[in-house]
Design a protein around this ligand. Structure first.
Ligand code: 7TS
Length: 411
């Protein structure tokens, strides 16, 4: 239940033990949540609680402890179902993260459905995780990749998208929010246009799910993937949502325990959803702690989190915008949580190193999204990514530290 309390940022920060650390004798200013978010005490406690009080293997023990652990894990699955408004828990597959979720769909759906000449639509905004799995299956099946272009602001060119959609399109796989630029793509419209041609859509929701409420039924997404660690949960756990009819029709991904119904050397039959896609012992504590992360976020209130982050994005855009030699990369009208930029003549890695010495953690590089760097003819950016625990004061620290960079480089 969302609380009616106001969003008290200084109180919220106390929920994150790591944020009280100092680095190089300066307060840690963490602007790298797009790479991985820090964990609230509730998530850390859930992991500890699991191993201390309710841990055994799941789904296979008749004994008390196994039953208790299974209940906790399946309880987490239900929390995730509710969080993204899926119809059924059978549509929630636990995977290692977004990367594994996309590989699973590319491989299992692709093996069964792709023919030579079929087209898979991606965009210039994609993270490598939503490019390479499709290239691998395209190589195996003779399918072809088509790419939606992006305008100077970092928005998808919707005319270009519509022009690519056609008889040969077999799959659309697009990001909901760009990790390198922060662009929010018009996903409901993207899906509506694809469905008008009978084409399914996979949404890479990694960067969307921590910042904007996601309703897979309202979007009518066919597949939606995200990673737990960007949603303030543990690493090594993530979610693949898929419509039940699509998941049912797909062959399994990996073989092993948990995913079978009956095994003989002549023939094996598979378990029902979601277990058909969950071979082997899962990340039990991770799944339970991801459920705790969702409880924590809904407790704070998703709207309040989004409003706080939008305020920081606006404030950061304004304050960084005052720096003469700074150029933003990605200025989409619809944007969330990411300030990506370059400074004239200073290499992003040098900027990152100087910021680090000021206690400010940012990511520099191509952000595993080389095609969008190529689109802007740059090798790298500095990316300050915003989490629910960041403050306006921290933006000021970032601006001051960038002043230090300018001093050193005389720009
Ligand atoms: N898709 C998007 C949009 C991402 O931002 C990332 C990770 C992934 C997929 C892959 O997620 P994983 O959890 O399976 O690795 N993005 C980043 C980033 O921006 N910096 O570090 C990881």
């Amino acid at each position: 239940m969302a609380s009616s309390a106001p969003f008290d940022i200084m109180r919220v920060r106390q929920d994150f033990p790591i944020l009280s650390q100092r680095v190089y004798d300066k307060p840690l200013v963490y602007f790298d949540s797009a790479a991985s978010a820090q964990k609230p005490r509730a998530v850390i406690d859930a992991i500890k609680h699991t191993y201390e009080t309710e841990y055994a293997n799941v789904h296979r023990g008749v004994h008390y402890m196994s039953q208790k652990t299974t209940d906790a894990m399946e309880g987490a699955r239900e929390k995730i179902r509710s969080f993204i408004n899926a119809v059924s828990e059978r549509e929630i597959i636990f995977v290692r993260g977004a990367t594994e979720g996309i590989n699973l769909v590319a491989d299992c759906w692709g093996r069964q459905n792709l023919k030579p000449g079929d087209e898979i639509i991606l965009s210039q905004l994609e993270h490598h995780s939503n490019i390479v799995p499709w290239q691998l299956i395209a190589e195996r099946t003779g399918a072809v990749i088509k790419v939606v272009p992006v305008n100077d602001a970092g928005e998808l060119e919707m005319d270009g998208y519509e022009a690519l959609l056609g008889d040969r399109t077999a799959m659309v796989a697009l990001t909901h929010v760009s990790n390198a630029l922060g662009t929010i793509t018009p996903m409901a419209e993207i899906i509506r246009l694809a469905h008008a041609q009978g084409v399914p859509v996979l949404v890479d929701g990694c960067q969307a799910i921590p910042h904007i409420p996601v309703d897979v039924q309202a979007l009518d997404a066919d597949f939606y993937v995200f990673s737990g660690h960007k949603l303030y949960g543990p690493s090594g756990i993530g979610v693949l949502y898929g419509k039940e009819t699509l998941l049912n029709a797909m062959p399994p991904y990996q073989g092993g325990g948990e995913m079978i119904d009956l095994v003989t050397f002549e023939k094996t039959t598979y378990a029902d959803l979601p277990f058909k896609f969950e071979a082997g012992t899962p990340h039990i504590a991770g799944a339970i702690a991801l459920g705790a992360a969702i409880d924590y976020l809904t407790g704070l209130g998703l709207e309040k989190i989004a409003a706080h982050e939008d305020d920081l994005l606006a404030y950061g855009t304004e304050q960084l915008g005052k720096i003469n030699s700074l150029r933003f990369v990605g200025t989409a009208a619809e944007k969330t949580a990411i300030l990506s930029f370059v400074l004239d003549d200073v290499h992003p890695h040098d900027i990152g190193t100087i910021l680090d010495r000021e206690g400010v953690a940012v990511r520099t590089g191509h952000h595993c999204a080389q095609p969008i760097m190529e689109r802007y003819d740059i090798a790298a950016t500095v990316r300050a990514s915003i989490g629910l625990y960041n403050t306006r004061d921290e933006i000021d620290v970032l601006v001051k530290a960038l002043g230090r960079v300018q001093e050193i480089f005389g720009s």
